[in-house]
Design a protein around this ligand. Structure first.
Ligand code: SF4
Length: 578
């Protein structure tokens, strides 16, 4: 059944309309393809990210609600962190709820004068007063209140912001179902600028398929691959936290602001250690048999009540262990979990927060800032002061924390330390110091994220070789295919299952005749559309700042050379014809 309905919402005059946009879904599939097309239609070069004109686009795909792993919702917006393309994906129940409410995509523009939240369902949109919720700083609490207040039947998702979104922290996130996030690039600040505290989406419809027998056969095959093969085992057993020890062993785990490529205490914050000592349960996005979301149960005594304990469930994965653990020199699991929880509560992107605090710690250690700015001393491993600093970023009690709330690129241009401010295209780096192809990904990727392609794993394959040609070829091919998967909103962890042939079969069951060569063409087209949007917004890779630090430290692929990195990036854009 072809997706076609796009819900357009205007927060300024509290109106909405629904348009049939079959054209969009036919050409760009859904998810990131439809998202970037809608963003291109709605966002101008001069649009300020925190203005009413900045659109928020959500899109799902044709396999959502039908097949396992088609569980992501893609958000597109102009990022307040980078001033360029903002693309962020979240799972939970968001995608299925949106599809069951009958929509393929939602475009939200305008801004409300008073705090509101949206209730979206099959019969339309309700604009509800959120004055009592505004100021509730914990995104957990906002979710809890709305769960009780919005008791609509059907599959439901609750997207909401915490204190950081309200205070327009440029890397504030939007949480959905407590443990999933539109994490990167500041969607939470865009919500905050529109006085939009939350969106509740609930739906009850179903997705029809013509050939039930074939549907069951393909569905079962995917299900069995997920459960019986090794493809998803890592994600189920330890989650991406399984990466910590191997990366540390090959000296690719950025530590203490990349002053070291490995962490002496990595074992104590590893996926294995957390699973053995803290794992409380695993949870899954809707329609996912893998359940990669690992929740630690942190049991802490109440201060004044003997033998009374509270248990907090805290989700962790590799990126959180890297950014709030090794990058900050935190080697005690309890301390790491408490810091993760603090970041989750205020609703900030964990990667950006960790990289920012790592830069601030190095600045403090070098005497370039003092307690006059940071209020508390910042030192590797001092989780208690990091928790205070997290809350200061969210509340901005002085100019320094106001500046930190803009991200490390901005802060370093004011205070110095640009050579070790680890952002690329103004987006803070992810946790893989594997070699030149990983860093090329951060320079070329549409969202400057390791998720754009698999540069970190290509580094291993390219070890010892120095071929910009081959490396760039791998990046382009992989990134175009990932554009197909993210347009289908298939979780990228399941990319080993969804190869070209299976994807074609799934689409055929869903009533779409798109063969493998057409899929490849669409992937390339969507990738180019993202780059075209970025160019229109002023992106030019040659003028991007590359932090000196990455050329001064070893990677498993050796020391990175500036010319080598530039050669890969040059070749990447040449291959794309850009
Ligand atoms: S593998 Fe993990 S992130 Fe992906 S859909 Fe399943 S639970 Fe969600």
């Amino acid at each position: 059944m072809m997706l076609e309905k796009v819900l357009y919402i205007n927060l300024s005059d509290k109106s909405y309309s629904v348009k049939a946009r079959r054209d969009l879904f036919e050409r760009y599939i859904g998810g990131s393809g439809v998202g970037i097309k809608l963003l291109t239609e709605e966002c101008r070069k001069e649009t300020e990210p925190l203005s009413a004109e900045n659109p928020i686009v959500f899109a799902v795909g044709p396999l959502t609600g039908l097949f396992p792993f088609a569980s992501k919702t893609v958000a597109m917006f102009k990022s307040p962190l980078t001033g360029n393309l903002g693309e962020s994906h979240a799972g939970g129940r968001s995608a299925v709820a949106l599809r069951m409410a009958g929509y393929g995509a939602v475009v939200i523009k305008g801004a409300s004068e008073v705090p509101i939240y949206l209730s979206i369902h099959e019969n339309g949109v309700e604009f509800k007063d959120a004055s009592a919720l505004w100021g509730v700083g914990s995104s957990y609490t906002v979710g809890r209140i709305l769960r009780e207040r919005e008791s609509k039947p059907g599959l439901r998702t609750i997207m909401r912001i915490g204190a950081a979104g309200e205070k327009l922290v440029r890397f504030a996130c939007v949480a959905t179902e407590t443990y999933r996030h539109f994490g990167r690039l500041g969607l939470g600040a865009v919500f905050g600028s529109k006085k939009l505290k939350a969106i509740v989406i609930a739906g009850n419809s179903t997705v029809e398929v013509e050939d039930q027998k074939r549907y069951k056969e393909v569905y079962d095959r995917i299900y069995r691959l997920a459960l019986d093969s090794k493809l998803m085992k890592k994600y189920h057993d330890l989650g991406t936290a399984a990466n910590v020890v191997p990366l540390n062993k090959i000296r690719a785990l950025p530590t203490k602001n990349l002053t070291q490529p490995d962490f002496e205490e990595a074992e104590k914050i590893s996926g294995e250690f957390l699973a053995q000592n803290f794992l409380g349960r695993r949870v899954a996005c809707a329609h996912c048999p893998t359940a990669c979301i690992h929740l630690a149960a942190l049991r802490e005594p109440y201060e004044d009540e003997p033998y009374f304990y509270k248990t907090t469930m805290i989700s962790y994965d590799h990126e959180l262990i890297y950014s709030l653990g090794s990058m900050l020199g935190i080697g005690k699991a309890e301390h790491l979990l408490k810091l993760i929880d603090a970041v989750e509560k205020v609703g900030m992107d964990a990667i950006t927060t960790g990289v920012l605090l790592a830069w601030a710690t190095e600045m403090f250690g070098a005497g370039k800032i003092s307690e006059k700015e940071s209020i508390v001393p910042l030192a590797w491993g001092d989780h208690a002061n990091y928790i205070k600093a997290v809350n200061f970023i969210a509340k901005q009690p002085n100019q320094f924390y106001k500046d930190l709330s803009m991200g490390v690129e901005y802060a370093s241009t004011l205070y110095g330390g640009e050579e070790f401010a680890l952002a690329f295209g103004k987006n803070e780096m992810a946790g893989y110091n594997t070699g030149p192809l990983f860093y090329a990904t951060l320079l070329t990727g549409a969202r400057h994220s390791h998720l754009d392609s698999a540069g970190y794993s290509f580094d291993e394959k390219m070890k010892g070789k120095n071929s910009a040609e081959e490396g760039a070829e791998m990046l382009v091919k992989e990134e175009a295919w990932r554009c197909v998967l993210t347009s289908l909103v298939v979780c990228l962890f399941a990319r080993g299952i969804y190869d070209e042939q299976l994807t074609e079969e799934c689409l055929s069951v869903a009533g779409l005749k798109i063969d493998q060569s057409m899929l490849a063409e669409k992937g390339a087209e969507i990738l180019k559309l993202k780059h075209a949007f970025k160019k229109e917004m002023g992106f030019e890779w040659r003028s991007m700042r590359v932090p000196e630090r990455i050329f001064e430290r070893d990677t498993p692929a050796g020391r990175i050379k500036r010319e080598e990195l530039a050669g890969i990036v040059e070749e990447y854009f040449r291959k794309l014809g850009l």
